[in-house]
Design a protein around this ligand. Sequence first.
Ligand code: HEM
Length: 410
Amino acid sequence: MTAIRDGLPGTPQPPEVDVEWPLPRRGDVVPEVCAWLREHKPVARVRTFTGDPAWLVSTHALVTRVLQDETFSMSALAEPGARLQYAPLFPASNRSSVKDMVGVGLRETVMQAISPHVVNEATDAFRRKADRLLDEMTAEGPPVDLRARFTEPYTASVMSTILGLSEDHGRLLMDGFDISIMTVPCSFEGARVNLDKCMARTRARLLSPDATDAPGLMGALARFRAEHGTTAELDDELVLMLNNLFVAGGLSTSAFLLLALLLLMEHRDQMEWLRAHPEAMAPAVEELLRYSLAIGDALPRIATRDTELGGQAIAKGDLVLVLVEGANHDPAVFDQPQKLDLTRNPKTHVTFGAGRHYCSATFLARTHASVALSAVLDRLPGLRLAIPAEEINWRSGWIKRTPERLPALW
Ligand code: HEM
């Protein structure tokens, strides 16, 4: 509890911040400070990586209010001079919010590419990829790093299938994550070089003569260009949108899957129960989503007018940070929230957000995880951590909570 600067006996002066930000990076233990925040400072003062002041919101009621109230805007984050969580290392697309892809039919094109129908058709391919990776791992024998050998290549393949990219194109974009989503105060040369490389690769594919024959979203966008005519500006938007979707999808799904595997290895009774009850995979994934600490930053919004939140005055232009793990572990909503209970089937977690910007690809996200977890449970009986949990090296300076490596035995 050393992070807390306020409310402790003997604290002499009103503090500038209530807690240190970001919260601890360990991704398998809910930070103690979450409970303190909910109880004592549900709207707490923090400073972001850029040094900007922000309000950190941590109860389920206030988190859902911020996400559902249009007073708190996502698009205002892109306005010049807006307070920031960290330096933006890749540009936001005008169309990066799927709900904003109005006009020329783009929204429909994107929603179709990530629709349950398309995802269901691709599920066998997802499972084949998972099995191939597990074949390689079992041929080599334990221990194996689950991140390098399973969750990342599996995710790159799933996202490439849906977006219609080759596997090596997907791996190139995925490798760029190490740079493009760092939580740094200022941009740096490597971020631009990485962005240029990723954009050039996607642009070359979109503009190639046979792109209209490509599968997935790539093919759909190439046909869209061919039918509606194109401009340099539209091409820029399409390239950025493809890259942003790969980042939004690949980053969140791989980080979640890796932490879900870790949670199962740490709760072996629950893992054995799930292995014996494969029909319970859907609610189990829901509970793993609720429990997950993968979102290591917070969901940011800008107040578009003076308002009030939990008794705290909020001024127009203030940055408000929504703490997903605060809401998902709120005992006012979830009984014994600190307990992982795969039979819980929580309906009101906010791991996919809420309101206008609710995640556009929840079916894909859930399928990605359940296919991979089923394959691992089928193929790796006795799966367990190869190192003590306390020795896991948690990445710092990155948006997600994630282990650098997750060595496992079976
Ligand atoms: C476990 C996996 C995933 C998690 C936990 C997740 C989480 C989220 C969250 C919390 C938001 C809301 C952000 C906010 O309100 O600030 C969001 C939005 C979004 N997600 Fe996901 N996501 C996942 C998978 C995916 C995938 C696979 C894709 C695409 C292929 C995707 C695409 C998007 C997009 C485009 C938005 C913006 C929606 C909008 O503003 O209209 N996500 N996601």
